[in-house]
Design a protein around this ligand. Sequence first.
Ligand code: PNW
Length: 445
Amino acid sequence: MSQAPLHRQFPPDFVWGVATSSFQIEGAAREDGKGESIWDRFCRQPGAIADASNGDVACDHYHRLDADLDLIASLGVDCYRFSIAWPRVQPLGHGDWNPKGLDFYERLVDGLQRRGIRAFATLNHWDLPQGLQDRGGWNDRDTVHRFVDYARHVQARLGDRLDGITTHNEPWVVAVLGHEQGNFAPGIKSRKIATQVCHHLLLSHGLALQALRADGAKSRLGIVLNLSSCMPATAMPEDIAAARMADARGRRWYADPLFKGAYPDEVMAELGADAPVVEPGDMRSIAQPMDYLGVNYYTRSVVSADGQEWKAGDRGLPITDMGWEVYPEGLTDLLLLLHRDYPGLPPVYITENGAAFKDEAVVDGRVQDADRTAYLRDHIAAVAAALRQGVPMAGYMVWSLMDNFEWASGYEKRFGIVHVDYATLARTPKASADWYRDFIRAWRG
Ligand code: PNW
């Protein structure tokens, strides 16, 4: 079957964007009254970050806001997804507010508005105030209420200019990488704590949506989940069962509470004594109607019953510098699965998709990242395939606007469509940025 050119496969109201997060780009870690975050603290733990780096300077976005806004505008995008650093707004996460913190985001939001770009703000992209971690962090139920206060405070000041407000970015990463495996902040290793953290993240999402709406929310409200499609390594029944269980742990554990008000029984049973404490009314609070669902997709997972890691390279598909297999069809599969499992699914945005690649050749001052361009093009085509099959797709955002602090990998992994020279902090669009700009231009017609 012949298809229209890719850009013709998206409706005129589709939203194209680029994404970043506060800790990964801002720097200015101790300026204008900002408090310490759990990532500031975690980076100082020996061995925590591959290149022993931290977020003190990062891309210095805090001091380069206007130039970065011009850069975003030069791509011709409709939307910019960024996150707000809670410790800038409320240094300890409880008690006093720091007006200078929201001054920065007000300049950001106003700068986007002047350039005709929609603002898509995330309230929690992992940089919890250390002052709350000192009181137990997301494991403590009181943090749920502190988050609701913070959400209301942000909305009161900026809500009239935010197109979207996302409560949390990727609760799976915070819970599992941060509290079960411990390779992300705050570096805790306990499955029991991780499940409670996850419950509190979801609960704080639901209670924040209720509070923001009671306050007269003008923005669309939602959450961002990182999801992959799980496939059995072979057609053996054990592998099929293992893949189903991996899907229940990684996708349904998060999406079922949000859309059905219940955790999947089989995961609850598996957790046993590590299951979260759920108070009466919690599940109903979590399952608030959402205006959109954000999906971050990078790769699929291939699952086998013996738990043996299937080396991505064994299947002959390209592998990114993160070791993640390039598998765009998995994005279509995932979106169809969400559409099937959750009737009444709200509009879906791909809030992150992109790739880190090694050895990007520089020709005439331009990073020639043909591998990244192909990755983006093929995943955008995967979104188009989901659209054709009825999934309510509303937008797509590239991770990331620019190379930045890639968490435990430090600055070694580069996801940007704009290159950052960390010696000079100069930004140079890569060939993939040129491609994305031309693609959006063609779509606009
Ligand atoms: C996401 N995993 O993180 C984040 O939202 C971004 O901040 C990050 O830069 C981007 O993806 C690229 O890593 C993830 O191990 C980190 O499965 C790790 C995983 C998934 C997402």
